[in-house]
Design a protein around this ligand. Structure first.
Ligand SMILES: NC(=O)c1ccc[n+]([C@@H]2O[C@H](COP(=O)([O-])OP(=O)(O)OC[C@H]3O[C@@H](n4cnc5c(N)ncnc54)[C@H](OP(=O)(O)O)[C@@H]3O)[C@@H](O)[C@H]2O)c1
Length: 278
C-alpha cells in the first residue's frame, strides 16, 4: 500500500487519448520500488486545453510531466527553455518545472533508443555503417538526430510521404538521404519508425534477405512486443531490438529530475511491463 504525504512529488503524462499509455505503470513501478513519496498520473488533455493544462500543473506544484501524442510540438512551443536535443528534434516529451515556475523541455526519445540499442545489441556502434530508417514522424526525428550525433556515417530515410522525409533530411543536414524504397545491402542498422506492424495497423512488408548477417534490426513498435519484423530478423539470425527498451529508457531522465532518484531498467521491470503487453 502506498500512502502519499502532503509533500508528495507529482508528475504525469499528458496525451489525447491517454488510456493506452504504459507510462503510469512504468513510473508507478519505479516509485513503488524506491518507496518514493510521489505519484505519476495519466492526464487526458485535448489539444485545445493543452497550454492551459500545463500552466495549471505548474500552479499545482507538479515537478513536471511527460508529453505524448499529439502534444509534443505544442510542448516545444510552450517551453521557456529547451535544450539542444529538443531543438534538433523540434519537439519535447519531457517537461521539468523550475521552482520559479519556468518550464524546461527536453526530448528523450533519441536517448532512449540509443540506450536500448546498447542494452539489446551490445557491441553495436552507430559508427559501424549506414542506417535505414522507415518513417519520418516525430519519433524518427528524435532517433535520427541521436544516431547522427552518435556518429552514424550515412542515414537513409524511407517514408510513405516523401516530402516529410525530405523536410526532415533538410532539417538534420549532413549525411542524410531520402529513398523511395529500402535498399538493405551493406546496411548496419534497420529501424522501423512507422506505426506499421502495430496491433490494429497494417503489417510492415519488407524483405530482409539483403541485410548483412551482422546487421541489427530495431522496431519502435512495442504492441505487440515481438513484431513480425523482429520475428523475421531473428529467424535470419540477426540481432533484434524491441520498442519496449526505448520506452523504458526514454523515461529515465524525467523520473530522475522529478523524483530525485535515478531509476534502473532491469529484468524485473521488463517482466512487469511485458505482463501488460500482448
Ligand atoms: N518505443 C517507444 O518508446 C516509442 C516512442 C515513440 C514512438 N514510438 C512508435 O514509433 C512509431 C511512430 O511514432 P511517431 O510518434 O513518430 O508517430 P507519427 O509522428 O504519427 O509518425 C507515424 C509514421 O508512420 C508512418 N505511417 C503511418 N501509417 C502508415 C502506413 N499505413 N503506411 C506507411 N507508413 C505509415 C507515417 O508516414 P507518413 O509520414 O506518410 O504519414 C509516419 O512516418 C509508432 O509505432 C509509435 O508507437 C515508440
Amino acid at each position: 500500500m502506498q500512502i502519499l504525504s502532503g509533500k508528495a512529488r507529482l508528475a504525469g503524462v499528458l496525451g489525447w487519448p491517454i488510456a493506452h499509455s504504459r507510462s503510469p505503470r512504468l513510473h508507478g513501478f519505479w516509485l513503488a520500488r524506491g518507496g518514493i513519496d510521489g505519484a505519476y498520473l495519466p492526464l487526458p488533455v485535448s489539444p485545445d486545453a493543452f497550454a492551459g493544462a500545463v500552466r495549471a500543473l505548474v500552479d499545482l506544484g507538479f515537478a513536471g510531466a511527460n508529453v505524448t501524442l499529439p502534444h509534443k510540438e505544442a510542448a516545444f512551443a510552450l517551453c521557456d527553455t529547451v535544450d539542444a536535443v529538443a531543438r534538433r528534434a523540434g519537439s519535447v516529451n519531457t517537461l521539468v518545472f523550475g521552482a520559479d515556475g519556468a518550464i524546461h523541455g527536453t526530448s528523450t526519445d533519441g536517448y532512449g533508443f540509443l540506450e536500448s540499442l546498447a542494452e539489446q545489441a551490445p557491441g553495436f556502434a552507430a559508427t559501424e555503417g549506414p542506417a535505414v530508417i522507415l518513417g519520418a514522424g516525430g519519433a524518427v526525428r528524435a532517433v535520427a538526430a541521436a544516431l547522427l550525433d552518435a556518429g552514424c556515417p550515412r542515414l537513409i530515410l524511407v517514408n510513405r510521404t516523401a516530402e516529410r522525409a525530405e523536410a526532415l533530411a533538410r532539417d538534420l543536414g549532413g549525411f542524410v538521404e531520402v529513398a523511395a524504397s529500402a535498399d538493405l545491402r551493406g546496411v548496419a542498422l534497420l529501424v522501423n519508425g512507422t506505426s506499421l506492424g502495430m496491433d490494429g495497423q497494417p503489417p510492415l512488408e519488407i524483405d530482409l534477405a539483403a541485410l548483412p548477417s551482422q546487421a541489427v534490426v530495431a522496431d519502435m513498435v512495442y504492441v505487440p512486443l515481438e513484431t513480425p519484423l523482429l520475428a523475421a530478423a531473428r529467424a535470419r539470425g540477426l540481432q533484434g531490438v524491441d520498442g519496449l527498451g526505448m520506452l523504458l529508457h526514454q523515461a529515465r531522465p524525467g523520473f530522475s529530475a522529478w523524483f530525485g532518484m535515478a531509476p534502473v531498467v532491469d529484468a524485473e521491470l521488463r517482466a512487469f511491463m511485458r505482463a501488460d503487453l500482448p
